[in-house]
Design a protein around this ligand. Structure first.
Ligand code: F3S
Length: 288
């Protein structure tokens, strides 16, 4: 069996930064306890469980926004996830007297700042993102004037009268799908400013997936909630290679390996390296 590890892999800068902030907080006696994560700090269940072992409590409930989740925290410290939060969440946490650790990825913060700047300058702002994703929730919460879109159809149904249009996006979208949506925005609003904010970590991983060698199977390792991981999966499918997305070795369907001679393996920017190494070691053990 030929196993090809698609590079780059490992944590992106934003994930490394967020995990370090949480770990440092857990070990710091002077930080007000208990320490809560408002939603998962990054989307990987293994990382979350490691942080919970250090005493950090995850606050999440399907369907509840970050703003409503805050109602469940009344003292101590709250960590905002790498996906960022809206100004309203910040304000509410302060009003509740909570200590705040903001682990927002700098690339996400840049999007917040760019949108605020363009709203202040009188632009109509279009933001491309995934419905119900926490990063989008944080951005949309900046202002009810933001036009949130996910598809080409959404763009077509906008009817912006402002001559000044600024368009930007969630940081972990597909570079290929997003280009098509931006092209449509440019077609309808020729003078619009297109500001693609897909982060570098997402871009280089997707390019590597697009350029992966032919294989019988591609394994993408990561959490099913992770946006950048799911996009690696879809880029690989579009590339025409049979692809599976698994969280770890336990979830690898052994029947998917039947007759497979060449395997490519990739992982999301929030997947710990040891999870990928365990899978590679297992695949190598099959050769013996
Ligand atoms: Fe940030 Fe991109 Fe990672 S937005 S958290 S650097 S995947």
């Amino acid at each position: 069996m030929i196993i090809h590890k698609i590079e780059p892999q490992g944590y992106c800068g934003g994930v490394t930064h967020a995990i370090k902030m949480a770990m440092d907080a857990a070990k710091n006696d002077s930080i007000s306890k208990p320490i809560y994560m408002l939603g998962q700090i990054i989307h990987n269940s293994h990382v979350i469980s490691d942080l919970e072992k250090l005493g950090i409590i995850t606050i999440e409930e399907k369907g509840l926004s970050r703003l409503l989740l805050l109602d469940k925290i009344n003292k101590g410290t709250v960590i905002f996830s790498a996906h960022g939060v809206s100004p309203l969440v910040y304000k509410k946490a302060k009003e509740k007297g909570l200590s705040i650790i903001d682990a927002t990825c700098p690339y996400v913060l840049l999007v917040h700042n760019k949108i605020k700047e363009h709203l202040d300058l009188g632009y109509a702002c279009i933001y491309i993102g995934t419905k119900n994703h926490p990063e989008c929730e944080g951005v949309i919460g900046i202002s009810d004037k933001i036009h949130f879109v996910s598809t080409i159809e959404d763009i077509k149904s906008l009817n912006i009268k402002n001559d000044k249009v600024y368009a930007t996006n969630q940081t972990t979208l597909s570079i290929f799908e997003t280009k098509i949506i931006f092209d449509e925005i440019k077609r309808i609003y020729p003078n619009s400013i297109i500001d693609d904010k897909i982060c570098n970590a997402t871009t280089v991983r997707q390019m590597a997936m697009e350029n992966q060698p032919d294989a019988d199977l591609c394994i993408v390792v990561g959490d099913k909630k992770s946006s950048n991981t799911k996009k690696l999966y879809s880029v690989s499918i579009e590339r025409g290679i049979k692809t599976i997305l698994i969280e770890d070795l336990k979830s690898l369907p052994k029947e998917s390996l039947i007759g497979v001679k060449k395997i490519n393996i990739s992982s999301g920017a929030s997947t710990p390296s040891y999870i990928v190494d365990e899978i590679i070691d297992y695949l190598k053990s099959l050769e013996n």
